[in-house]
Design a protein around this ligand. Structure first.
Ligand SMILES: Cc1cc2nc3c(=O)[nH]c(=O)nc-3n(C[C@H](O)[C@H](O)[C@H](O)COP(=O)(O)OP(=O)(O)OC[C@H]3O[C@@H](n4cnc5c(N)ncnc54)[C@H](O)[C@@H]3O)c2cc1C
Ligand SMILES: *[C@@H]1O[C@H](CO)[C@@H](O)[C@H](O)[C@H]1NC(C)=O
Ligand SMILES: *[C@@H]1O[C@H](CO)[C@@H](O)[C@H](O)[C@H]1NC(C)=O
Length: 617
């Protein structure tokens, strides 16, 4: 028996049975009581209230920072967040793809791309971002991945003292509470931090076949957060007993009722930082709550943790940014800095997709057997496909033959997804990524109709040469920033992805995957019909059409010494030339990392807390 039209049924099930005492326990466990409390009784802002620290944005970095700074009972901390609160859909990992179609997404789009996103409406790549307590960690795919030691050593080599691998590892550990089978004694994992990291409890037959086939193809089993990254692993997830563990669930929910010095303001959107121009000193923020303007003052610092798109936007709205752009939109210049002048991201190819001869292994979020839904919801059982993190099951880290980097520094990642766009019958995933109907109908519709088992290997390039840019269209804080990621401007980026596609096809030919009959889905990508299927030029066309970012935008408020003309913040995360103003989030990451970026956001929040305590204690 299947649940069709899951979202409504699911919500109905969740809310409809509030009367059941067992379910009430479940809600308590989910923190729903706390969450409801926050919706019903948000802190009402007091005009001109004064705080020691004002943190803008309750995302991954912002929540970690707020939790750590408020450990000091003498410091009053305000955490201001534009979005609302998480609900059951956020907490249920298999629903990850739907969240991009909700109000928890800022819903940005890129400017039309000439060289990528040909399969998207108007060539606009979707650039989702979390707008909710927990930020992007509340709508992401929950993959926990820190990065390569060379990444951080490269940050340090650029003059960012204190950010080498040896120096940041303690902060990754401080945030982590790992429950990973076989890694109980690994020195690379901690078991008592706030953020849970666990194995996904539901695994398809396909992931076992993929891991085995990767080993047969010469890729060793590894812990990609451990000693060496290269090889293949089952994914490590930011979930707790099969429920999403967002920044808010991990860092704030457990403490918020015990800390009267931490004030959280959801539904409050910051317009600008208030700056005393003579001293270039931040003294507060202006924000809007329920259509009314408020100001908060700070005794110590304003900290922007608004993410890789909104932190640069807020700096520019406050007069800190490129002189030409600020002049064009009529914002008086306070400090000229290259804010938004650099934007790196990790562009992927959504595929190849492989058809297999198993049954019932592909994760169709629309057709979770009702028994699994009930045991997950009512008994809290995490061993069901509802705890699958949007279908992501395994990661493999690879070298490309064209690599110029050291041999233990991967160039490519394969991400095994136990499905495709068909996994939700062409609803949330297709819409979230802005895919044209034609793409869905041609490539995936038949898989969905036949309930054909299949999996997709997303190929991701870690170190792209293409660099994008972000700037403002006008001085209205409610306008979208203009985002031009310029994906694949450097054609070598496409060649790297082509190498990854070839390797994924080679892996599919290994005995373990052949045993489940794995073969390439051979439907032609619309727009690429003139090329011979699976020829290099066919894949190049497919790469530019099925361009799918994994949303690892960084460097828009790049960290670097004052002598670096591309730098916005110092290694103390202070905005150059300014006082009492820092940026603490993924926008400071100077180079594209060999990782998904959520773990690094927590690390940055943890480390910033130490930097700030070191200065003010
Ligand atoms: C769909 C998706 C899937 C992803 N999957 C993964 C994954 O599986 N693993 C992984 O490691 N990474 C993933 N990422 C990336 C990762 O989640 C982010 O890089 C990371 O969470 C960013 O953290 P942050 O603290 O920099 O910013 P965010 O978490 O984005 O936090 C910024 C916060 O500031 C708030 N804000 C912004 N502007 C204002 C304003 N003016 N006033 C008040 N509040 C404001 C926002 O609403 C938001 O809550 C994914 C990203 C997306 C979009
Ligand atoms: C583990 O996390 C706790 C809590 O953050 C921290 O106090 C401890 O030092 C961490 N342990 C290691 C080995 O880093
Ligand atoms: C799947 O295909 C493989 C290889 O052709 C075959 O050995 C196996 O028996 C097939 N399994 C099923 C269930 O059809």
């Amino acid at each position: 028996m299947y649940l069709v039209a899951p979202l409504t049924t699911f919500l109905f099930l969740s809310f409809g049975s509030l009367a059941s005492p067992r379910l009430f326990d479940q809600l308590q466990q989910l923190g729903a009581a706390n969450i409801l409390n926050l919706v019903l009784h948000p802190n009402v802002p007091q005009q001109q209230a004064s705080y020691d620290f004002i943190i803008v944005g309750a995302g991954a970095a912002g929540c970690a920072l707020a939790a750590r700074l408020s450990e000091n009972p003498n410091w009053r901390v305000a955490l201001i967040e534009a979005g609302g609160v998480e609900n059951f859909v956020h907490l249920t990992p298999v629903m990850a793809g739907y969240l991009q179609s909700t109000a928890s997404n800022w819903n940005y789009k890129s400017v039309p791309q000439r060289l990528s996103c040909w399969g998207m409406h108007n060539n606009e790549c979707a650039l989702p971002r979390g707008k909710v307590l927990g930020g992007t960690s509340a709508i992401n795919y929950m993959i926990y991945n820190r990065g390569n030691r060379h990444d951080f050593d490269a940050w340090a080599q650029r003059g960012n003292h204190g950010w080498s691998y040896a120096e940041v590892l303690p902060y990754f550990l401080r945030s982590e509470s790992a429950q990973l089978q076989g890694l109980e004694h690994s020195p690379y994992h901690n078991h008592s931090g706030p953020l849970n990291v666990e194995d996904v409890k539901f695994r398809s037959q396909m992931v076992h076949a993929f891991v085995d086939a990767s080993v047969q193809a010469g890729h060793p089993r590894t812990d990609y957060n451990g000693q060496t990254q290269l090889g293949v692993s089952y994914v490590q997830a930011n979930t707790l007993n099969g429920r999403r563990h967002s920044a808010f669930s991990a860092y704030i929910r457990p403490i918020r009722n015990q800390r009267s010095n931490l004030h959280i303001f959801p539904f409050s959107r910051v317009n600008r930082v208030l700056i005393e121009s003579a001293t270039k000193s931040a003294y507060g923020v202006e924000f809007v709550y329920k259509n009314k303007k408020y100001t908060f003052k700070t005794r110590r610092e304003v900290i922007l943790s608004a993410g890789a798109f909104n932190s640069p936007q807020l700096l520019m709205l406050s007069g800190i940014g490129p002189a030409d752009n600020l002049k064009a939109i009529g914002v008086p210049l306070v400090q000229a800095l290259p804010v938004g002048r650099r934007l790196y991201d990790h562009m992927c190819h959504f595929g190849p997709t492989f058809v297999v001869n198993t049954t019932g292994q592909t994760i169709y979020s629309t057709r979770v057997p009702i028994a699994e839904t009930l045991t997950y919801l009512l008994a809290g059982n995490p061993n069901t496909r509802l705890s699958s993190i949007g279908g992501v099951e395994s990661l493999a880290f690879l070298k490309s033959p064209r690599s110029k980097l050291p041999k233990d520094w991967p160039d490519l990642e394969l991400i095994l997804v136990a499905g495709s766009l068909a996994s939700d019958d062409g609803t949330g995933l297709k819409q979230g990524a802005n895919f044209k109907d034609e793409i869905y109908d041609t490539l995936y519709r038949q898989l969905e109709r036949n309930q054909q088992d299949h999996f997709t290997l997303l190929v991701m390039q870690f170190h792209p040469k293409s660099v994008g840019r972000l700037w403002l269209r006008d001085a209205n804080p409610a306008s979208w920033p203009i985002i031009d990621p310029k994906y694949f401007l450097d054609p070598e980026d496409v060649e790297f992805l082509l190498d990854g596609i070839k390797e994924s096809i080679r892996i599919s030919k290994m005995p373990a995957l052949q045993a489940i009959g794995a073969r390439l889905l051979d439907r032609l990508v619309p727009g690429c019909e003139s090329h011979r299927f699976a020829s290099d030029d066919y894949w190049r066309c497919s790469i530019r059409t099925l361009s799918y970012t994994l949303h690892h935008q960084v460097a828009t408020c790049r960290m670097g010494p004052a002598t670096d003309p591309t730098a916005v913040v110092s290694s103390q995360l202070k905005v150059h030339g300014m006082r009492r103003l820092r940026v603490v989030d993924t926008s400071v990451i100077p180079l594209p990392p060999t990782a998904h970026t959520n773990a690094a956001a927590f690390m940055i929040g943890e480390k910033a807390a130490d930097l700030i305590r070191g200065e003010w204690n």
